[in-house]
Design a protein around this ligand. Structure first.
Ligand code: GLN
Length: 191
């Protein structure tokens, strides 16, 4: 795979994504500035705290450059807080929090409850081989609406938890916290 993945490294669980890419032999770098983003051809927006990440995108003058690349169709993978940042609609967010609207879904922040209600479960993912994927949910967003152009690749308890629209992939869970690298591979091969 000749690709360079930029992992947004403003806050949150970015290191485990870098490790996951390294395990796959994929070149991955931390992105904190617009010039670092320039050198990448796909981006991962990690889990963490979407309100803080939203604020830091502005502080680091990264919001516009990233919005522009997303508009141009750069493949993006948003996990948990990253899903919130890529969604079109967010409920229970902070009033000043902004999202990119790169995938037509509505999400509710912390829709599965608080930190102590975090959980993990085995998921069937339509685009992967039949073995279940062990998914870790931590203060995960709940997907409340999915637009017409959005494909649901996995659900939990009837709610979508892995969605794709074109080259934008989002998960409510943290794939980087499982040893299973199939989803990172799937993302790195998206065009
Ligand atoms: N609840 C967090 C948020 O709103 C997301 C949690 C996570 O990324 N694990 O950003």
């Amino acid at each position: 795979m000749t690709t360079r993945v930029g992992v947004l490294a403003l806050q949150g669980a970015f290191r485990a994504h870098l490790d996951a890419c390294a395990e796959l032999g994929v070149d991955a770098v931390e992105v904190r500035t617009a010039s670092q983003l320039d050198g990448c051809d796909r981006v991962i927006i990690p889990g963490g705290e979407s309100t803080t990440m939203s604020m830091m995108l502005d502080r680091n003058e990264l919001r516009e450059p990233l919005a522009e690349r997303l508009d141009q169709g750069m493949p993006a993978f948003g996990t948990c807080a990253g899903m919130i940042l890529l969604a079109t609609e967010v409920s229970d967010g902070r009033p000043d929090q902004k999202s990119f609207g790169a995938i037509d879904i509505a999400v509710q922040r912390n829709g599965y409850g608080r930190q102590n209600q975090s959980f993990s479960d085995a998921l069937a993912i339509s685009v992967l081989s039949t073995d279940a994927f062990h998914a870790v949910f931590i203060r995960a967003p709940r997907v409340e609406r999915v637009g017409d152009g959005v494909e649901v690749l996995a659900s939990y308890d009837g709610d979508p938890v892995l969605c794709q629209q074109g080259s934008v992939l989002v998960s409510a869970f943290h794939p980087e916290l499982s040893p299973d690298r199939r989803l990172h591979r799937y993302f790195c091969e998206l065009s």
